[in-house]
Design a protein around this ligand. Structure first.
Ligand code: PLP
Length: 822
């Protein structure tokens, strides 16, 4: 923060009421997350309520860590013993209070603040602009895509005294949100990137969305936009005085002309300024989106007083690299967190939090470069060292001239190299085993090479899992059920292909209540990866009983014989075990039927070692309207069976029946718990809430070769594909052995190349597939999307007569999974 505040000042700023006051400590940090509090005695904990959890539930544990200042919701209870040594400020609305505090801190910042909004490119423009401006100024940026009602205030608290320019993005999903963000940010300079159809749901029309976004610029002195976006142009010119607007365009007629000349994989950007002076930039990009983002960056940099040569110098280092934290499988069972794009404290904090959320490994290792343009270096590196201590980093590898300064405060083991080449020539693969390694550094250090060295060889195909989308989907289902209903997440079949260990770990972070796997082995693997949530095993076998005991797994019991076997096992070993009873109400797969109920009741009496943790049933057609009556009959008969059984027990087992579709269709039957499966992975099978979910996985590969083929020639095995005209085909590095279904052959399937649909031509081969790319601009090595955003699993599965479940779970284990937060 720019200025520390007393609790008294804070209470005044947020119109709060102090209900207990103790001490006069200054608040230098604002936190809404109990897990990453660095200096507890100087932290104000804001007990926000989210979809996931309620901050008030964490007050006790945060207090134990040493926090003594709290901002809480009126009406929430405060434990009496805490008031003796802490200050509690009570407000009507915590979000508003957070925003007021942020507005105050913002008002103390005297440098220019650049506010960015628009549908696409906000984060990229912010990051790139930050890099270019960073050559001249100390820049504060909002971390990643922190652009929401909560993200914006938190970003503002990241501005510190030594910063000279701040760049913040603002995103909205419904009307009346932007005025609140504007009240905080009041950007001197605005950038309106573009307008698309994303997030249309919350708005009545595109025009309404456009007008809402433009509210960010109410008080801006300069507003930068592209004139070709005619709706933006019309709106801004009607709303704001022309001397505040700075337009740019491909062609003459705007304040700046910035035309493009493409040269294979690079481009030249010819600039003509209002004073008619000219300059030619050269950039390593040729795609439309990047070129648009870069031109916003050029105009903003010029407006902030950079000259063309310095801007060009900054552009030289831009790369279309991952702007996101990515988790990748590494050599010797290591896990690599790739954050090679990031180079500031706010980003480092996020990366360390992400690291803290991973499964435990032998050591925590971090590779970090010099931090460029951070202002007062002594202070910054000391702070970095303290962060490393706080996160208990075991081994630190520093690269650069200044980074050694972290040893002022860092107490762990460390080693230093003057540059990346020196580091790489010293890395031996044997040095790392079962470690968790965070790689993060400034662009010019080229740490991609370090990541390349440490990661497992990835053949061209990867399945990328978006952990933010997973969180989003989880929260969506949470909003469909009552607060006290528990959630069991089905992570069977490698978490529907997504990778069981990582997804289970993420669910543990989200505080899911239960996990379920199909087989005991899957449960054992999760325990070995450090997963502590209760785990139900759907189909345990007798041979695995010993593992159930050893790894604290809870089996499903589905027949009288099985009940007896397990009962005897526990009797002999003199142990008790939690079990779950599967009731067959119509699925006719596994499970007790109505006629078994009396026998079951007497067995429960005979084997008190088996504790009935829950009783459940499974619906056969929850996703289809025509089976509605059948589903209801199943549910009613289940309730009856449960009542009969529970009536004879002196404790109360949980009851659960609903899968993903069931949660949507029969919420009145959510009972004690629901079992979430495919919905978490982004497919809403009942079709009612499709747009509310986000696809979590993207299957990608690359083009190995492109050929021009004349009309009449055939493609692939059995000559099944035929060129109807002269054209081009691309061979991609993916076949049925990777899980790309052979039924996609001969035009049944299609892929996305540069956003355009291209059909499969000929038969899918074992490791490769040919795609007709006639009329599409593409190069060897280009990325190809097989499934993911923009290419619906539902549509694809229908084309070959199957269901999304099968496509997801078929992706072969040889396809590497990488996980990211965007
Ligand atoms: C797989 C499974 C689920 C989850 O089903 P979805 O349709 O993926 O939500 C729920 N319950 C049981 C018993 C299952 O086997």
């Amino acid at each position: 923060m720019i200025q520390s505040l007393t609790t008294h000042q804070i209470s005044g700023l947020v119109d709060g009421e102090v209900i207990s006051q103790s001490g006069q400590g200054l608040v230098a940090w604002i936190s809404i997350d109990s897990r990453n509090i660095l200096e507890p005695s100087k932290t104000l904990f804001v007990a926000l309520k989210g979809a996931k959890f309620d901050g008030h539930d964490f007050i006790k544990s945060v207090h134990e860590e040493g926090v003594r200042s709290f901002l809480i919701q009126k009406g929430s209870t405060v434990l009496d013993n805490l008031t003796t040594d802490s200050t509690f400020i009570v407000v009507d609305n915590l979000h508003e209070a957070l925003q007021k505090l942020a507005a105050y801190e913002r008002s103390l910042f005297s440098g220019p603040l650049v506010g960015i909004t628009g549908s696409n490119g906000k984060t990229i423009v912010k990051e790139w602009l930050g890099q270019v401006l960073g050559q001249k100024y100390a820049v504060a940026k909002s971390p990643k895509s922190y652009n929401s009602q909560v993200g914006v205030p938190l970003s503002v608290f990241g501005i510190e005294q030594n910063h000279q320019v701040a760049i913040m993005e603002a995103g909205i999903s419904k009307p009346r949100e932007m005025m609140k963000l504007e009240a905080i940010l009041k950007p001197e300079i605005g950038i309106f990137t573009n307008i698309g159809t994303a997030h249309e749901e919350g708005f009545e029309s595109q025009n309404q969305k456009l007008a809402e976004k433009a509210i960010l610029f109410e008080n801006s002195k300069l507003i930068i936009y592209r004139k070709e976006h005619s709706k933006i142009h019309d709106l801004l010119t009607s709303k704001y005085d022309s001397n505040r607007l700075i337009s740019w365009s491909d062609t003459a007629g705007a304040d700046y002309t910035l035309s493009i000349k493409k040269e294979s994989d690079r481009s030249k950007i010819l600039l003509m300024k209002p004073d008619l002076s000219v300059f030619t930039f050269s950039v390593p990009f040729a795609d439309q989106a990047s070129l648009e983002n870069i031109r916003h960056v050029i105009v903003a940099s010029l407006s902030l007083g950079l000259d063309e040569a310095l801007i060009q110098e900054g552009l030289n280092h831009l790369k279309a690299v991952e702007m996101r934290l990515t988790l990748k499988p590494g050599i010797n069972d290591c896990l690599i967190i790739d954050d090679t794009y990031n180079n500031d404290l706010a980003g480092l904090r996020l990366a360390l939090d992400f690291m803290a959320a991973q499964r435990p490994k032998r050591r925590k290792v971090i590779v970090l470069s010099d931090m460029l343009q951070v202002g007062n270096t002594e202070i910054v590196y000391t702070e970095v060292g303290e962060l490393l201590n706080f996160h208990q980093i075991d081994f630190f590898i520093g690269v650069g001239e200044k980074i050694k300064l972290v040893t002022n405060s860092y107490q762990g083991k460390s080693v230093f190299f003057p540059n990346t080449e020196a580091l790489i020539s010293h890395i031996s693969q044997e040095d790392f085993e079962n470690d968790l390694i965070l790689v993060t550094g400034a662009r010019k250090f080229g740490f991609e090479a370090v990541v390349n060295r440490l990661q497992q060889r990835i053949h061209g195909t990867t399945l990328e899992i978006n952990l933010n989308a997973l969180t989003h989907n989880y929260n969506f289902y949470k909003t469909q059920i009552l607060p006290n209903t528990k959630v069991m997440v089905m992570v069977k079949a490698f978490a529907y292909g997504g990778g069981a260990a990582e997804i289970a770990n993420h669910l543990q972070q989200l505080r899911a209540d239960y996990l379920a796997v199909a087989y005991t082995d899957e449960g054992v693997a999760l325990r070995e990866e450090g997963i502590r949530l209760p785990i139900m095993v759907l189909n345990p076998v007798q041979e695995s009983f010993i593992h159930l005991e050893k790894f604290d797994l809870e089996p499903v019991v589905y027949s009288p014989d099985f009940f007896r076997q397990l009962g005897k096992f526990c009797q002999n070993r003199n142990i008790s075990m939690k079990v779950h009873l599967d009731m067959d109400t119509g699925m006719h797969r596994l499970g007790f039927e109505q006629e078994h109920v009396q026998e079951l009741i007497s067995m429960i009496k005979s084997y008190p070692q088996l504790i009935i943790e829950s009783i459940y049933t499974h619906l056969v057609g929850a996703d289809e309207e025509i089976h509605r009556d059948f589903s209801l009959a199943q549910l009613r008969s289940f309730v009856e069976m449960c009542d009969t059984i529970s009536g004879t027990l002196d404790y109360k087992p949980m009851r659960h029946a609903l899968n993903s579709a069931g949660i949507i269709q029969f919420p009145e039957y959510q009972m004690d718990m629901v079992r979430l499966g495919i919905g978490l992975y982004g497919v809403e099978v009942s079709g009612k809430f499709e747009t509310h979910l986000k696809p979590i996985s993207t299957l990608k590969t690359t083009i190995s070769q492109i050929k021009s083929i004349p009309q009449g020639q055939t493609i692939g095995y059995s000559r099944k594909g035929k060129m109807d005209e002269d054209g081009k085909i691309a061979t991609i590095a993916l076949g049925y052995a990777d899980g790309y279904d052979r039924r996609f052959s001969n035009g049944k399937g299609f892929v996305l190349i540069d956003g355009k649909k291209a059909p499969v031509i000929g038969n899918v081969c074992m490791d490769m597939t040919m795609i007709n790319i006639t009329g599409i601009e593409a190069n060897e090595g280009d990325e190809v999307i097989i499934y993911g955003p923009g290419i619906s699993l539902k549509e694809l599965s229908e084309r070959i007569g199957t269901i999304p479940y099968e496509l997801l779970t078929n992706i072969s284990s040889r396809v590497k999974r990488v996980y990211y937060l965007d």
